[in-house]
Design a protein around this ligand. Structure first.
Ligand code: NAP
Length: 298
């Protein structure tokens, strides 16, 4: 029935970059009545062409919607979109559900959720994994923190953007899960770059190494997909190195706050710092390979 699929609800989407644009398109394909806003007209255009309504800012999106999603960059951006002048809270009708899908620090997500709650808005943190391909194919893994009843209402919308949708726990729990994911993906992408450079410097074809190891215990989707991109020297984002630096910074800040030792994350965070410092910030994180090459005399 219509009601359980949430199609009677009006849905907003803010932030239409590499991830946000295909995610919003999948909401449209899912049959939702969609209103969008992005700060650049060029980002809005493909959604308007596809049939979404356009709004002049986050407050206007919120004023016309029951549920508003955002997919921006970092905590300061989420704060601006949610609580800044002309933000979601300024336009929200009582009972609005706001779902931020950006990757930000768990503590930041909790803080924003508390401030929104004081203004009658229920916030869920719902970061994603699966990259641009997952966003396009509606194959994202979505990890959610926050109120269970609100989660139930937005689940049909999340299901139109992802294939695995899980309520992990209370506010911030989605972001904790995403931080765990970034430890795994960050450390692994660096490990694949390290292994490929090791093979090459040993006089062995990294492509053959990858093909042989896909059937072994060292298999990972990162070895398969990101490894292939390294071999193709395809450094176009995808997932920008500065974004992964941001995520490892979130991980290290939480480690500091909790008094935790995260030695592999620490080394990975340093490597992403060096990528950004050497001008690779806007390239995909698979460009980590180039850093190993540069440091091994090439
Ligand atoms: P992106 O292509 O740079 O898109 C981010 C979008 O947010 C941009 O279009 C940007 O607008 C907009 N934005 C940023 N700050 C804003 C603000 N204060 N107000 C209004 N709009 C703002 O990045 P992305 O790859 O889609 O990443 C988005 C989020 O998803 C990040 O938190 C990232 O960590 C996470 N993520 C990314 C991937 C991936 O593989 N790419 C995978 C999982 C999660 P402008 O275009 O005007 O700058």
């Amino acid at each position: 029935p219509l009601s359980t699929r949430g199609l009677h609800m009006k849905v907003g989407f803010i932030g239409l970059g590499i991830m946000g644009r295909p995610m919003a398109l999948n909401l449209l394909k899912g049959g939702f009545d969609l209103t969008v806003w992005a700060r650049r007209d060029a980002s809005m255009a493909p959604l308007l062409e596809a049939g979404a309504k356009g709004a002049a800012g986050p407050a206007e999106v919120a004023a016309g919607c029951d549920v508003v999603f955002s997919m921006v960059s970092d905590a300061a951006d989420v704060e601006q979109v949610a609580l800044g002048a002309g933000g979601v809270a300024d336009g929200a009708r009582p009972g609005l559900i706001y779902v931020d899908m950006s990757t930000i620090a768990p503590a930041a997500a909790q803080g924003i959720a508390e401030r929104l709650a004081a203004r009658g808005v229920t916030m869920l943190d719902a970061p994603v994994s699966g990259g641009e391909v997952g966003a396009i194919n509606a194959g994202l893994t979505i990890m959610v923190g926050g109120d269970e009843a609100a989660f139930g209402k937005v689940k049909p919308m999340l299901a139109s953007m992802g294939k695995s949708v899980t309520l992990i726990g209370g506010s911030g729990a989605g972001q904790v899960t995403k931080a765990c994911n970034q430890i795994l993906t960050g450390v692994t992408v660096v490990a694949v770059a390290e292994a490929f450079n090791f093979a090459r410097k040993s006089g062995v074809d990294a492509g053959k190494v990858r093909a042989a190891l896909l059937g072994g215990f060292g298999y990972s989707r990162i070895l398969e997909n990101h490894g292939q991109r390294m071999l193709d020297r395809n450094f176009k984002p995808g997932f920008k190195a500065w974004m992964h630096q941001k995520d490892m910074n979130i991980v290290m800040q939480e480690a500091h706050r909790l008094g935790l030792m995260l030695p592999n994350s620490a080394a990975t965070a340093q490597l992403f710092n060096a990528m950004v410092g050497s001008g690779m910030g806007e390239e995909d994180s698979v460009a980590a390979l180039k850093l190993f090459e540069q440091l091994s005399g090439d």
